[in-house]
Design a protein around this ligand. Structure first.
Ligand code: COA
Length: 166
């Protein structure tokens, strides 16, 4: 039987699975387990988990930046490798925008590294789907990352909108 995919709020007991999804993503910066616990609790209203049955298969963690509250900012988005390429990333972003903490946002924002073709395609495609612009500019140049982690690409800020009203 094919499990239906549901989109729901996270809880503390999802944090370990979200950490594993980030670890296995192949491209995300892996944060501490504690960071995913914070995102599943303090930022639960602006975070969404996709589950097949009870198993998390993707998530978007985000927040409303205090100095830019018109934005719903995507901190991290990941889809399990086995589930990619079938529209789940786009559905997750739309479910993210529908979370109570993101309602009323004018812009969907994120940062992406220039080599992340799948992520760029996801955000640009979502802008097209919504019929709005996707503006792109460098936000964090490579030099602001610690040299100790080795070469790091710059992070390009994406600003999608203005979003249609809820
Ligand atoms: C980025 C990611 C979330 C996309 O998830 P997904 O479920 O495969 O995305 P979708 O199936 O919804 O596809 C969205 C769009 O991206 C395109 N796309 C998907 N994978 C792609 C790839 N590897 N290369 C180029 N385009 C790709 C799709 O064709 C689709 O384009 P369209 O809107 O023009 O039809 C997934 O690849 C992932 O988890 N990557 C690792 C984590 C990551 O890099 N996160 C982003 C950091 S900012």
């Amino acid at each position: 039987m094919v499990d239906l995919i549901t989109f729901r709020a996270p809880a503390a007991d999802d944090a370990a699975d979200l950490w594993r999804l980030a670890r296995d993503s192949g491209s995300l910066d892996l944060n501490s387990p504690y960071a995913y616990l914070l995102w599943c609790t303090d930022f639960a209203d602006s975070t969404v988990v996709a589950s097949a049955g009870t198993e998390p298969i993707g998530f978007v963690g985000g927040h409303r930046p205090p100095n830019d509250p018109d934005c719903a900012f995507v901190w991290q988005v990941a889809v399990a490798p086995s589930q990619r390429g079938s529209g789940l990333g786009r559905r997750l972003l739309l479910a993210f925008l529908a979370r109570p903490g993101n309602r009323g946002a004018t812009w969907l924002t994120a940062t992406v590294t220039p080599s992340n073709a799948a992520s760029l395609a996801l955000f640009r495609g979502t802008a097209r789907h919504l019929g709005v612009r996707c503006e792109e500019r460098e936000r964090f140049p490579a030099e602001v990352f610690p040299a100790e982690v080795g070469a790091h690409e710059p992070e390009i800020a994406l600003r999608i909108g203005p979003l249609p009203p809820d």
